[in-house]
Write a protein that binds this ligand. Structure first.
Ligand code: FEO
Ligand code: CA
Ligand code: CA
Ligand code: CA
Length: 622
C-alpha cells in the first residue's frame, strides 16, 4: 500500500459541534444521502416497504438495525482494492424493535422492546407471521450498489442480492463440528444449524469473504433446566420467555419453539437443549456466491462476539485475527492459524485449525496471549474439560480459568494497515468498582469508556506477547465535576470540545492510518446527566501519531452510529444509523409523538446506511 501521508494531512475538516437534532450533520464541504433503509426491497417480487409487510415480504427486503458492513468492489479479488463505483454492500442487522414492525402495535402503549402476547396467562402465543417477520429482519443483507453521476448511489437488481436470516441453514465447522454439544433434532450429527442472531460487527477475511458475529444471542433463548452453565456463563434466560418470545409462535413449528431450550426428551437429539450451543460464533460467507452456505467457525470461540478484525495477511505466515467479547468484565481474544497463508490457496479452512488466545494486560505496559488449548493451563479433565470442543463451547469459563484480564466491554477492534498496531474500543463499564480497577481499565463506574492499543512483540502479529498503552480515555473537559468523567488523549491532555465523547464502539482504520471512532451511548442515557454534553451519538476521526481527535458527524435522535467503510479510492464513505427513535417512550408512541422520524420524516423511524462524500471529490477526512 501507499506510504501514510504526513500526519498534518490526515485530518483536514472542521469539526462539527455536538448536536441533539433529529438529523445527520457532516462537516462543511461534505454531503450525504440515505441508502438502503430497513424494508427497502432487494429481491424477488420486490415488495415496497410498509408496516403491513408480511414475514415473506421481509425476506425480500433489507433487514433492520444495521450494524457492521463492508463494501466489496465488484468482480474484486481483494476486499480493499477494485472498483470504487460498483460493488456489493454487505450489511449486518443486529436486532429489531417489534413496536415499529407490526401494524397492530401502532397506537398501543407498548414498552420499549415489548411484544404483543395473546391467549390465556399460562397459554400465551404470538402471531406466527409477526415472529417470522422479526426473524427475517435479522441477519445479513447483500446487495449491489452503483455510484451515480451526482455522487449518490443506487441499489441494483443483481443475481447476487441475498438475505441471510435467523432461519438460513448454516454449517458448523471447526473443532465443535459433529460433537455432542451441537447434535440437535435439526442436525442429529451436529454438522448443521439454522440461522444467525444479533449480528453486530463483522470481519473481512484476506481471501475476500465476509464474517458476521453473533453477539447477544443468549437472550433469545429460555432454558429452565439442564443448560445452567449457559445461564451462568452467557446469560441464557432461566425462566420466563426469550427476548422476543419467538418460542411462543402460534403454529408451534420446530423452527420457532427451538428457542425454548428447556424442552427435553430422553434422547438429547430429540429436543432443543443444544440449540443455544449453535450460536455465539463468527460466521463466514462468500458474498459473491448467493448459493454459498454460511459456515460457523467454531475455532474462534463462543461468546458475545462483537466482531472480528484481521491483521493484514503476510505470504507464508499464519493468519491472525482479533475478537472482543462485549460484556462487562469479558475478554479480548486472538486467533492464530496453524497453517500459513498463501494468497493463491487461502480459504476459510484456515479458520478451522489454530490456536485461540486470550489477552492478559500487565500493569507495566506489557501483555501476554494465553492459549486456550485443551490439556494446557488447567483446561484439563481435572477441571471438567473433556475436549477442545468443550473448551470452545465454554470459552468464557476457559478464559477466566487461565487468568485473562477482565475488560470494560470490548467492542470493535481495528488494525493499522501500515504498522500492525491493534486498537480496541472498551465502551464502558459502570459496574467496575475502585477495588477492581487496573491499568488497562483504570476508572471505576466507567461511564465513558476507553480505547486500548498494542503492538505485537517484534512486529510479529502471531507473537505471544505485546506492549500496550491507552490511546484514549473518553469523556468530557471536566464540566461534570467528576474526575472519573474527564477525557484524555494519548498524551494525557484533557479533551477539547471537538473530541468530547462517550462509549466508543465502532472502530475502523483506513489506508492512511486515519482512525474512525463511532459512539454508542445507550438509549436510556443519551442526552442526560453526564452524557448530556456529548449530544447524540456521533463519529470522530483521529490521528494515531498525534492523538488529535475531531468530531466528523452527528446522528439523529435515539440512535447509535455504527459500520464504517470507504470505497478503495476513499472518496465515498458508508456508515450506518442503527435504532433511530429508540429513546421514544411508550406513551409517546401511543400518542404519536415519536421523537425521531429519521430518515424520511415519517413513522416509524428506520435504520439505514448513510453515504458521504466530499464536494471537491477529495479523500474522506482530509
Ligand atoms: Fe452490538 Fe456490542 O454492540
Ligand atoms: Ca457495537
Ligand atoms: Ca455498543
Ligand atoms: Ca447498541
Amino acid at each position: 500500500s501507499d506510504p501514510a501521508p504526513a500526519p498534518a494531512a490526515l485530518i483536514g475538516f472542521n469539526a462539527v459541534s455536538s448536536s441533539e437534532a433529529d438529523d445527520i450533520i457532516v462537516p462543511e464541504g461534505y454531503s450525504y444521502h440515505v441508502l438502503g433503509a430497513w424494508g427497502e426491497p432487494i429481491l424477488g417480487s420486490m415488495p415496497a416497504f410498509s408496516v403491513n409487510n408480511t414475514g415473506a415480504d421481509q425476506a425480500q427486503q433489507i433487514g433492520s438495525h444495521h450494524d457492521g458492513m463492508h463494501f466489496f468492489p465488484i468482480e474484486g479479488e481483494s476486499p480493499y482494492e477494485g472498483s470504487s463505483e460498483d460493488g456489493l454492500l454487505v450489511v449486518n442487522h443486529e436486532y429489531v424493535e417489534p413496536r415499529f414492525m407490526h401494524q397492530d402495535s401502532i397506537g398501543q402503549p407498548l414498552n420499549s422492546g415489548a411484544v404483543r402476547l395473546y391467549g390465556a396467562e399460562n397459554d400465551q402465543y404470538r402471531p406466527t407471521d409477526e415472529v417470522l417477520k422479526e426473524m427475517n429482519a435479522h441477519g445479513i443483507s447483500v446487495y449491489r450498489i452503483r455510484k451515480q453521476i451526482n455522487n449518490e448511489w443506487q441499489i441494483q437488481q443483481d443475481s447476487r442480492n441475498r438475505r441471510i436470516t435467523a432461519l438460513t441453514p448454516m454449517e458448523i465447522q471447526g473443532p465443535v463440528r459433529g460433537s455432542a454439544f451441537v447434535q440437535t433434532l435439526y442436525s442429529p450429527n451436529g454438522t448443521m444449524t439454522r440461522g444467525t442472531l444479533n449480528n453486530c460487527a463483522h470481519g473481512v477475511t484476506p481471501w475476500n469473504t465476509y464474517m458476521f458475529s453473533e453477539e447477544n444471542w443468549a437472550g433469545y433463548f429460555v432454558n429452565g433446566g439442564s443448560n445452567s452453565r449457559d445461564t451462568a456463563q452467557y446469560g441464557v434466560r432461566a425462566s420466563g420467555r426469550g427476548r422476543y418470545g419467538w418460542e411462543l409462535a402460534q403454529s408451534g413449528e420446530d423452527q420457532y419453539i427451538r428457542f425454548d431450550a428447556s424442552i427435553k426428551a430422553d434422547d438429547a437429539t430429540g429436543d432443543y437443549r443444544n440449540e443455544p450451543h449453535c450460536f455465539g460464533w463468527m460466521v463466514e460467507v462468500d458474498p459473491f456466491d448467493p448459493d454459498s452456505v454460511p459456515k460457523k467457525r467454531t475455532a474462534l470461540g463462543r461468546f458475545a462476539h462483537e466482531g472480528v478484525v484481521f491483521a493484514p495477511a503476510v505470504e507464508g505466515q499464519p493468519v491472525v485475527c482479533y475478537s472482543g467479547d462485549d460484556a462487562r468484565y469479558q475478554y479480548i481474544y486472538k486467533y492464530v492459524s496453524h497453517d500459513n497463508y498463501f494468497a493463491s490457496t487461502a480459504n476459510g479452512s484456515l479458520l478451522d485449525n489454530g490456536i485461540l488466545y486470550v489477552a492478559k494486560f500487565n500493569a507495566d505496559g506489557t501483555g501476554e496471549w494465553l492459549p486456550l488449548v485443551y490439556g494446557q493451563n488447567g483446561l484439563t479433565p481435572a477441571n471438567g474439560y473433556t475436549s477442545q470442543a468443550d473448551v470452545l463451547i465454554n470459552t468464557r469459563d476457559a478464559a477466566t480459568l487461565v487468568g485473562a484480564t477482565r475488560m470494560d466491554r470490548p467492542e470493535w477492534g481495528a488494525v493499522d494497515p501500515n504498522n500492525g498496531d491493534v486498537y480496541f474500543a472498551l465502551t464502558n463499564n459502570t459496574s467496575r468498582t475502585e477495588a477492581e480497577i487496573d491499568e488497562a481499565n483504570p476508572r471505576a463506574s466507567n461511564s465513558h469508556g476507553q480505547i486500548v492499543r498494542w503492538a505485537e512483540a517484534n512486529n510479529e502479529q502471531a507473537a505471544v506477547s505485546f506492549e500496550w498503552d491507552l490511546f484514549l480515555l473518553a469523556g468530557d473537559g471536566g464540566e461534570s465535576g467528576n474526575a472519573n468523567f474527564i477525557g484524555r488523549d494519548m498524551n494525557g491532555n484533557v479533551l477539547t470540545e471537538d473530541a468530547y465523547m462517550s462509549s466508543p464502539d465502532g472502530l475502523w482504520i483506513d489506508k492512511d492510518s486515519r482512525i474512525w471512532i463511532q459512539t454508542d451511548v445507550g438509549e436510556g442515557s443519551q442526552n442526560r446527566n453526564q452524557f448530556a454534553i456529548m449530544g447524540n451519538n456521533c463519529m470522530f476521526a483521529a490521528n494515531p501519531e498525534t492523538g488529535e481527535i475531531r468530531r466528523f458527524l452527528t446522528g439523529p435522535i435515539g440512535q447509535e452510529i455504527t459500520g464504517c467503510i470507504t470505497t478503495p479510492d476513499q472518496r465515498t464513505l458508508f456508515i450506518n444509523v442503527q435504532h433511530p427513535g429508540a429513546t421514544t417512550a411508550a406513551d409517546e408512541w401511543a400518542n404519536g409523538t415519536v421523537r425521531s422520524t429519521w430518515p424520511f420524516g415519517t413513522n416509524p423511524p428506520r435504520s439505514a446506511t448513510v453515504v458521504i462524500w466530499k464536494d471537491d471529490g477529495g479523500v474522506i477526512g482530509t
